[in-house]
Design a binder for this molecule. Structure first.
Ligand SMILES: NC(=O)C1=CN([C@@H]2O[C@H](COP(=O)(O)OP(=O)(O)OC[C@H]3O[C@@H](n4cnc5c(N)ncnc54)[C@H](OP(=O)(O)O)[C@@H]3O)[C@@H](O)[C@H]2O)C=CC1
Ligand SMILES: CC(=O)N[C@@H](CCC(=O)OP(=O)(O)O)C(=O)O
Length: 393
């Protein structure tokens, strides 16, 4: 067997320091932890690895992004993949860029055998997901990328998603997966609801500022922009090249279903009800997301206090980069990576500030954060398999 032996303690290679310089220093959060040795077959990511994974919805954008990221994961191997219309096909026939991976064929969920699976990434449309997850064996750890379990209040789910929730009991045991904010809770969770892409880009900058009482929790205005992959791979008229190219458009104006998710996270941070104005826009790019957030400073606070607080909150975080004064975050900074870049600017209007936050919607906004969470749930360093540098140009 073409195998190599690794000790995961030594797998941390080339993380991005806050000043943008590569470094090889050990992950201090995991210092002293002893990891078992594992065997990695360089030709396949199947059974030789310690944790056997199912990817439900592998024929979609977030599912295939998980498969791409897992190619470099030393502990996780895929033993099950599902598809709906594309059931019966190989990953390489659906996604030729993944053809070099030796993986099982995708099967329909009704034919899926979970006996060879320890954990599942659920990359299915919301609505469908709750029906499927509630029937899965209780022994499985689950990271759900859909919106089905993100809202704690079932009536809010019904209001915004237009259907009754069919697994309210399971919802009670779910932990919301905003990794940097809820790390300790995620470590002990069996089921994690991975955040939406817009809510990730908004909560990462705002939660520490609200917790530190540096901004008014009223009067928050969020203008967000997304690449088209955010809408999934399914064919839709609105996402045709002719509809998207050479223009931008706002959608979900006044009523996008990420509003309650954003407000839930910000209200938790404030310990009181926070409401926001939020408008998303679709941009003619395949991936990437920017949120430009307009806030009112609390009395006596300067925009530099915001920058300092964010630097303090994220100084030990690998994937959140608070930029130096004046540097403007761009979606190009994060493409293909798990990073979130943030910066704060003084508004021309006294007492106000502008915050810019960028992520790759498919990585930190979906599959990368999902992998970060499963790493924690399985007891591995959370950056395992995620040390991809952003792709530029
Ligand atoms: N795209 C993004 O940036 C983000 C997406 N999400 C969420 O992640 C989830 C997946 O999104 P994404 O990958 O973009 O979506 P896609 O539309 O690209 O993929 C959906 C996947 O689910 C399968 N599927 C569809 N309907 C059914 C069904 N009834 N039963 C079983 N399988 C089904 C599809 O199979 P097939 O193709 O074979 O029909 C496909 O594999 C969604 O809930 C989405 O909201 C969250 C954050 C960001
Ligand atoms: C561009 C685009 O259409 N984006 C999606 C959000 C993607 C995401 O995070 O969605 P979930 O909450 O469904 O998981 C939307 O606005 O519905």
């Amino acid at each position: 067997m073409n195998s190599a032996t690794f000790s995961s303690t030594f797998l941390r290679t080339g993380c991005l320091r806050k000043d943008g310089v590569n470094n090889l220093k050990a992950d201090t959060r995991n210092a002293g932890k002893v990891f078992v040795k594992c065997y990695v077959n360089t030709k396949t990511q199947k059974a030789e690895k310690e944790v056997r994974l199912g990817v439900l919805g592998a024929s979609g954008y977030t599912g295939s992004e998980i498969v791409r990221l897992l190619a470099n994961h030393p502990h996780f191997g895929i033993t099950l993949m599902t598809a709906d219309r594309k059931a019966g096909q190989s990953i390489g026939s659906v996604f030729p860029h993944l053809v070099s991976q030796d993986l099982p064929k995708m099967v329909a969920i009704k034919d899926a055998d979970f006996s060879d699976v320890d954990a599942v990434f659920c990359c299915l449309p919301h609505g469908t997901t709750q029906e499927i997850i509630k029937g899965l064996p209780k022994s499985l750890k689950i990271v759900d990328l859909s919106a089905d379990f993100r809202l704690r209040d079932i009536s809010e789910y019904e209001e915004w998603y237009g259907q009754a929730h069919s697994a309210p009991e399971l919802q009670k045991e779910v932990v919301y997966g905003l990794t940097e904010i809820l790390r300790e809770e995620i470590k002990g969770a069996r089921v994690v609801a991975n955040p939406g892409c817009y809510p990730t880009s908004v909560q990462l900058p705002l939660v520490p500022l609200i917790k530190a009482n540096l901004i008014e929790s009223k009067n928050i205005i969020i203008d967000s922009k997304s690449g088209v992959s955010g809408a999934g791979r399914g064919a839709k008229e609105a996402n045709l090249y002719t509809e998207i190219a050479e223009g931008i458009y706002s959608y979900g104006v006044t009523r996008h279903r990420h509003v309650p998710e954003i407000e839930q996270g910000l209200s938790d941070a404030a310990n009181s009800k926070v409401t926001v104005s939020f408008t998303p826009h679709l941009m003619p790019m395949s991936r990437g997301m920017q949120s430009t957030i307009y806030v009112e400073l609390a009395a006596g606070v300067n925009f530099k206090d915001l920058n300092q607080q964010l630097k303090l909150s994220y100084e030990d975080e690998e994937f959140v980069v608070v930029m130096e004064e004046g540097a403007v975050p761009r979606t190009h900074n994060t493409r293909g990576s798990n990073f979130c870049f943030i910066n704060v600017f003084p508004d021309r209007i006294p007492g106000r500030a502008i915050i810019i936050s960028v992520i790759d919607n498919l990585v930190k906004g979906a599959s990368g954060q999902a992998l970060q969470n499963l790493n924690l749930m399985m007891g591995f360093p959370e950056n395992t398999g995620l040390l991809y540098q952003p792709l530029f140009p």
